[in-house]
Write a protein that binds this ligand. Structure first.
Ligand code: PXP
Length: 241
């Protein structure tokens, strides 16, 4: 079964709009794990608009499952956090400082030389390394050459095709080919970005996807699925008051 790692960035984003610590990122992690999630993902960014370094340290203290920290290794604070926490997995992502969300995989023609020693250093700390990649065959071979253990396929193009119902089959095939190629050369394959309750089953029909990390849609769906029960809980108090 493909493992589910829940990305808690959106919980932190909401928490950061007030100063009273709700919703709590650690409590959200506990709820996810009690519900059976296999791991927790966070993506600390330099502007700290969602997950902050303190969140990463608190989660590291409490988690007994896979902890996946994703982000850009060219930011020194990111590397500091990863060196201290030594998570199970570090997913390296080429996102610019103020980007809205991760929006492409690594260009390994440009970045192999700089990334290779970073990958080596983190692997020596016992961290599994995954590189965020587009579903293109040649760069995936390079990912293996520079020492990655896994790749995470950037699934936004698949999610967009699925949402618009245009070229879904062709786009899915491209991801399936990329996954197969990666597996054949010994890379594990994770996937993430814009996966949701509608598009996940088809994506995971690709054989051997080890892990999906899902944040935005999962938290949005949690609001929709939990809103009715919450409103009822408030109404019960008002009715009894
Ligand atoms: N993978 C990476 C590398 C990401 O940056 C993100 C978003 O933070 C995700 C997966 C999860 O994407 P989404 O929030 O759309 O589920």
């Amino acid at each position: 079964m493909t493992k589910l790692s829940v990305n808690l960035n959106k919980v932190a984003l909401l928490r950061n709009t007030r100063t009273i610590g709700i919703p709590s990122v650690t409590k959200a992690a506990q709820i996810c794990l009690s519900a059976g999630a296999h791991g927790i993902t966070v993506h600390p960014r330099p502007d700290q608009r969602h997950i902050r370094p303190a969140d990463v340290y608190e989660l590291a203290e409490m988690l007994t499952v896979e902890f996946n920290i994703e982000g850009n290794p060219y930011f020194s604070e990111f590397m500091e956090i990863v060196r201290k926490v030594k998570p199970t997995q570090c997913t390296l992502v080429p996102d610019a400082a103020n980007v809205f969300t991760s929006d492409h995989g690594w260009n390994l023609t440009e970045h192999s030389q700089r990334l290779a020693p970073i990958i080596q250093e983190l692997k020596e700390l016992g961290i599994r390394i995954s590189l965020f990649m587009d579903p293109d065959l040649a760069p995936i071979e390079r990912a293996k050459e520079i020492g990655a253990d896994r790749i995470e396929l950037y699934t936004e193009p698949y999610a967009t095709a699925f949402r618009n119902q245009t070229d879904v089959e062709a786009v899915w095939q491209q991801f399936a080919r990329a996954a197969k190629q990666a597996q054949e050369i010994g890379l594990g394959v994770n996937a993430g970005h814009d996966l949701n309750l509608q598009n996940l089953a088809k994506f995971c029909a690709i054989p051997g996807i080890l892990e999906v990390s899902i944040g935005h849609a999962l938290i949005a769906e949690a609001l929709e699925m939990g809103l009715s029960a919450t409103v009822k809980a408030y109404l019960k108090i008002l009715a009894q008051a």
